[in-house]
Design a protein around this ligand. Structure first.
Ligand SMILES: [Zn+2]
Length: 472
């Protein structure tokens, strides 16, 4: 059954006061935290001393994001191929959230939600040139202010200094060029080996791995690791047929996607998953060799998933179906010796407050909720959750959605597959693949969930920061 979360309560939870106007972006490398932010952090830290036990230890924090990694292609979550077998040691010593969701299916806004704990509409990274707002605290800023050394390596070129992703990191290794020409994860492993030898403890390390992002690039010598043979090449990421479907939503082209071609694409994707998880395992091995692994907080997740023609599309950033929102989320706490799985629906936004609670640090103003009760094995891990997804990254695609218990509603204001505004209702208990739209027969549920969306995104709810600025 549904959660029964009252609309008023939902609106109350996410309604925020208006915020000051954003200041213009500072030049690259000179984006200092605002005085307002520093004051907020100082106040939060003072408050933390007063109301929370100081942490007995100050563990390292490591977050690894594998870009475009959909949860249902991991054997740890039931996939038939051994795509994540190198991560078995992590699974056996971490909590695996089996129903983790990205708030949006695009890299920059979703990663910003991971690193700020906020809805995309409330951190400022919503449009291609959007930046994390000056008065929004990032995890790196909070930890740096609290004494952690901070470093990040991102192989995705949209995660830039100009957009605020370097804020709080003493060392930030970004990427340039198109997202499809990324550096190999092995470079990250090599960087990690050198950095770890010199890193001041405790540290916060953020890594953003790209090999599962199209074109699913894997070094030649590793391309047979999963299948025992090379994946087929009948269909390649970004070829003319795929571009036609991705770029203009040419529905008529979908009939040309033959099963044989599609199978080769899935083979390439899965081969990349096996490779990327293997590289992340190498990173974790370095932590073990260093002696840091046991007492570190380790989080492994993805910023979004990937469409593999599940609903007639490819890539990500276009829709709000589960293949682009359902992501893996492993959380290893200091000293954790056993693995477990939690089935409660959670959000990437929850990572930020979870880490701060584990460190006995207070979280700034966030939309996420701490997962520490779930990590402790308490059954009251939040129960049913309400999630909101919005993608306005591309002009052709604008949608919002809500997951409430077993039901999920997608409200597509504009859809890239050329449909007019439409609402889709799915019962995830009987239809986890979101293939049967029940909006025609479930009108009462549609209206209830639509009301939740209106509360969330309408007047008094979460709004684009620009709208807040205009109102303030
Ligand atoms: Zn991404």
């Amino acid at each position: 059954m549904t959660s029964g979360i009252a609309r008023g309560r939902l609106a109350l939870r996410i309604r925020r006061p208006s915020r000051p106007r954003r200041t213009p972006a500072a030049p690259e490398g000179h984006r200092a935290p605002s005085a307002r932010l520093l004051a907020a952090l100082a106040a939060a830290l003072i408050l933390g001393v007063a109301c929370a036990e100081p942490p007995a230890e100050r563990p390292n924090v490591v977050i690894v994001t594998i870009d475009s990694l959909r949860a249902d292609h991991l054997d740890h979550l039931g996939y038939e191929r051994p795509t994540a077998t190198d991560l078995d040691p992590l699974r056996d010593r971490s909590t695996l959230f089996a129903r983790a969701l990205a708030p949006t299916p695009s890299t920059a806004p979703s990663t910003a939600s991971l690193l700020t704990g906020r809805f995309p509409l409330r951190h400022g990274v919503l449009t291609p040139d959007g930046a994390i707002a000056d008065d929004v605290a990032t995890l790196a800023e909070v930890l740096r202010e609290s004494g952690w050394s901070t470093a990040a390596v991102s192989h995705h070129p949209v995660l830039t200094r100009q957009r605020g992703f370097a804020r709080g990191f003493e060392r930030f290794e970004g990427a340039i060029g198109p997202a499809t020409r990324y550096a190999d994860a092995d470079q990250m492993v090599a960087w990690m080996r050198e950095w770890l030898a010199e890193a001041r403890r405790p540290f916060f390390l953020y890594l953003h791995v790209m090999n599962v992002h199209g074109p699913y690039r894997v070094p030649t010598l590793r391309r047979q690791d999963l299948l025992g043979h090379l994946p087929g090449t009948q269909f390649s990421y970004g070829d003319a047929l795929m571009r036609g479907i991705m770029e203009d939503g040419a529905v008529g082209l979908r009939g040309l996607v033959k099963a044989r071609y599609l199978g080769s694409l899935v083979d390439q994707y899965d081969t990349a998953v096996r490779y990327a998880t293997g590289r992340v395992a190498k990173v974790l091995d370095l932590l073990r060799i260093d002696g840091s692994f046991d007492e570190s907080i380790v989080v492994l997740t993805a910023d979004h998933g990937e469409e593999l023609f599940d609903h007639g599309g490819f890539g990500h950033g276009h829709t709000l179906y589960r293949e682009v929102l359902h992501v893996p989320l492993y959380v290893k706490t200091p000293g954790q010796q056993t693995g477990r799985t939690v089935d409660t629906a959670v959000s990437l936004m929850d990572v930020f407050p979870t880490i701060l609670e584990l460190l006995s640090l207070p979280a700034p103003d966030v939309d996420g909720r701490s997962l520490v009760p779930a990590l402790r094995g308490e059954s009251d891990a939040g129960g049913a959750r309400v999630f909101h997804h919005v993608t306005a990254w591309e002009e052709a695609s604008l949608a919002r959605g809500v997951l409430d218990g077993r039901y999920k509603l997608i409200d597509a204001l504009r859809s890239y597959d050329a449909a007019d505004r439409r609402r889709l209702l799915f019962d995830l208990v009987v239809d986890p693949g979101e293939t049967r739209d029940l909006s025609g027969t479930g009108s009462e549920i549609v209206e209830r969930l639509s009301g939740q969306l209106d509360d969330a995104f309408g007047d008094g709810g979460i709004r684009p920061r620009g709208a807040e600025d205009a109102a303030s």
